[in-house]
Design a protein around this ligand. Structure first.
Ligand SMILES: C[S@@+](CC[C@H](N)C(=O)[O-])C[C@H]1O[C@@H](n2cnc3c(N)ncnc32)[C@H](O)[C@@H]1O
Length: 426
């Protein structure tokens, strides 16, 4: 009797069981319950910190990969493919819910939730439509339908909480994202501009025009997304993007930035140039732990204005001691800082085609001293194919661990963010 299918199912199930054992033993040792999916996310709960322990992080990745692969293995392939083709509804509903501040209205309502008619009232939107889209989201474990048409926040929906009273959000729409964690801004931006651009992917591929990206086709512009965002009429979108970038830190382990490079090993007074740094939130996090570093944040004009405000709010000591400079600089022009210890590019390289990236890097090389280091923070696109390890490491540190078989070696759905990010600004 052939048992390959069954054996694969069991092996996937075993990976899940083993991961559950690992997670439960970490929580049992700490005498804490695992945070519930039904309750709002509380970053101050010590049980949340345990999720970032290497054991729990590894086990979580295995569960995400194995559960998705298990579903793909047993589901009707037609149903599975159709679901994938309609995933845009999740994205669209999530943005719609966020735009009308559902999460904050539900936070104020508490765990018993609120009827869709009351959720829709402050935004004067259609309650029946709102109930349908919240139900779709609840079906994907985002929000909880407590009783028919009554919804409450859950662990996932609550991360979109902008932390302000809903009344304030409705009264001052332009400042909705100001001073927030940036998660809602990132999600709204993704589900707005990135989704509209992505909808044009096949059209741009089938009918290519010189220099045209899906974004250009969707927005009927020849400008880059960055120039488009910096148009005066798009200031809200530009600020939402910059704040969303602050939220992007949630995609990485909290201390990844501190572990990835020996910032503490740089002599006091060394200059860190955050090239295309946005508000400079990454260099700010580095400077918080390494106050002897001088920082130069470079970006486009309006973003630099926001960067100054962000630093004054979050690390005023560095601003007052003039240890941070803000510079409007186009990275396609010669780099003006000639004494950099480090040029840092976070989430820049993935934004541009190879020939454009070469231009950016050439300007940095021309301005570099022999001791200047280049720190590129981006994601590596591992193949989904299992290849034999040649044992040769072309770039030191570039070899990545592989997931155990029968999981996809790149952890499949567990690492979806990497592959999504690769395509967002293409
Ligand atoms: C994906 S964001 C990354 C921002 C920041 N490094 C971070 O990790 O949050 C890309 C940044 O590149 C900036 N940018 C785009 N074109 C630029 C140019 N020609 N010169 C300088 N900055 C540019 C954008 O304004 C934006 O802040």
């Amino acid at each position: 009797m052939r048992s390959i299918g069954i054996s694969t199912l069991r092996r996937l199930a075993n990976i899940i069981n083993e991961a559950i054992d690992q997670i439960e033993s970490v929580y049992a040792a700490a005498d804490m319950p695992l945070p519930s999916l039904d309750a709002p996310f509380n970053p101050a709960d010590p049980a949340e910190a345990l999720l970032q322990s290497p054991t729990v992080e590894g086990a979580t990745l295995n569960i995400m990969a194995a559960a998705a692969q298990l579903s793909a293995t047993v589901a009707s392939p037609v149903v599975f493919a159709l679901h994938a083709s309609q995933a845009f509804h999740i994205s669209a509903c999530l943005r719609a819910a966020s735009e009308v501040n559902v999460v904050e209205v539900l936070r104020e309502a508490g765990p018993d939730g609120l009827h869709a008619s009351e959720i829709a009232a402050p935004s004067k939107t259609d309650p029946v439509l709102l109930a349908r889209l919240l139900r779709l989201l609840a079906t994907h474990n985002i929000f909880r339908e407590v009783t028919p048409n009554v919804f409450a926040n859950n662990r996932i929906s609550s991360v979109l909480d902008k932390g302000k009273p809903s009344k304030v959000l409705f009264e001052n729409r332009d400042a909705r994202h100001t001073g927030t964690s940036g998660v809602a801004a990132l999600i709204e931006f993704s589900a707005d501009h990135n989704m509209k651009g992505a909808a044009m992917l096949a059209d741009t591929m089938l009918h290519p025009k010189e220099g045209e990206l899906p974004f250009n086709r969707a927005y009927r512009t020849s400008e880059s997304i960055w120039d488009w965002l910096h148009r005066p009429e798009n200031v809200y979108q530009m600020q939402r993007f910059a704040i969303g970038m602050q939220g992007s830190i949630a995609l990485e382990s909290t201390d990844a930035i501190h572990k990835g490079f020996d910032w503490g090993g740089l002599p006091t007074g060394s200059v860190l140039v955050d090239v295309g740094g946005g508000t400079g939130h990454i260099s700010l996090a580095i400077a918080q732990k390494n106050p002897g570093l001088r920082v130069v944040v470079q970006d486009m004009e309006d973003t630099i204005k926001d960067s100054k405000i962000y630093w004054r709010e979050h690390l005023p000591s560095h601003v007052e001691s003039q240890m941070v400079d803000f510079q409007v600089h186009d990275f396609y022009t010669p780099q003006p800082i000639l004494n950099a210890a480090v040029f840092m590019l976070r989430w820049i390289v993935h934004d541009w085609s190879d020939d454009r990236v070469v231009k950016i890097l050439r300007h940095l090389r021309d301005a570099a001293q022999p001791t200047t280091k280049l720190v590129v923070i981006d994601m590596i696109l591992e193949s989904a194919a299992r290849v034999l390890d040649s044992g040769e490491e072309v770039i030191p540190g570039s070899a990545r661990p592989s997931a155990p078989a029968p999981l996809l070696p790149n952890w499949g759905a567990g690492k979806a963010a990497v592959y999504n990010l690769d395509l967002v600004v293409s």
